[in-house]
Design a protein around this ligand. Structure first.
Ligand SMILES: Nc1ncnc2c1ncn2[C@@H]1O[C@H](COP(=O)(O)OP(=O)(O)O)[C@@H](O)[C@H]1O
Ligand SMILES: [Mg+2]
Length: 233
């Protein structure tokens, strides 16, 4: 279980660069990033605002392609994928959690959790939605709409939603950024439990040192480059 390095990496970035074109101006957001993430890791990405954290998460989440370099997700060369293949891969294999929860406001928690399954198959899965809401401690909030939930509860619904299609990778960009410290810690405890007990690979962005200190591996970005990559015992 701990001997992860005998298996293949989940994520392998080789010399990845991302340049945004703003009219005639080029904005380099990532500059030559090499990164390997192994199954079962819980990694935090930290760095100042504008250092490229979200861009890196978007590349890893196949929401955006690198300008240069290669990206392998579980040995698949993502740069050869077309839009339809990328969208299937995102839906099947990656769970996404965002700072602002991104729930559909007019729908219940129960419905929101099933959305990735609707996208993938055209129908929901109420049994799994119930299981997932129980797992995030919200069985008694299934019929509530996002406005009837606290921020921490909304983020736990978003985590349940991210797990709907049983992804092998969970990406969370500032998952506690809008939360008070108690709710933020509940969200962190849930992510750590999913990592520890299900072996889910978790990659999260945070600028909160109390959050990143809970990851076993912390990667620091500065101006689009990895400037440190630290493992804790
Ligand atoms: N869609 C975009 N178009 C142009 N520039 C962008 C875009 N997204 C990000 N950038 C620029 O790329 C750099 C990295 O941004 P980002 O990845 O959002 O950083 P972080 O998440 O660390 O704050 C910044 O200089 C930002 O202004
Ligand atoms: Mg960001």
């Amino acid at each position: 279980m701990m001997d992860n390095k005998s298996s293949d990496p989940i994520i392998q970035l080789d010399n990845v660069s991302k340049v945004y074109q703003m009219g005639k101006v080029e904005v380099p957001a990532l500059r030559g990033v090499d990164l390997t993430i192994w199954p079962g890791e819980l990694t935090a990405i930290v760095g100042a605002s504008g250092s490229g954290k979200t861009t890196l998460m978007n590349v890893i989440g196949c929401l955006d392609l690198p300008t240069e370099g290669t990206y392998h997700l579980r040995d698949r060369d993502v740069s050869t994928y077309n839009d339809r293949q990328l969208s299937k891969l995102r839906g099947d294999d990656i769970g996404f959690v965002f700072q602002n929860y991104s729930l559909l406001t007019q729908h219940s928690a129960f419905h929101n959790v099933q959305i990735p399954r609707y996208y993938a198959t055209g129908h929901g899965d109420s049994r799994r939605a119930k299981e997932l809401l129980a797992q995030v401690g919200l069985s008694d909030r299934a019929r509530h709409k996002p406005t009837e939930l606290s921020g921490g509860e909304q983020q736990r619904v978003a985590i349940a939603r991210a797990l709907m299609n049983d992804p092998f990778l969970l990406l969370a960009d500032e998952p506690t950024g809008n939360l008070d410290s108690v709710s933020g810690q509940e969200v962190m405890d849930l992510l750590k439990e999913l990592n520890r007990e299900r072996g889910l690979t978790v990659l999260l962005v945070s600028h909160d040192p109390e959050v990143s200190a809970q990851a076993r591996r912390v990667i620091t970005l500065h101006d689009g480059r990895i400037v440190s990559d630290e493992q804790r015992p």
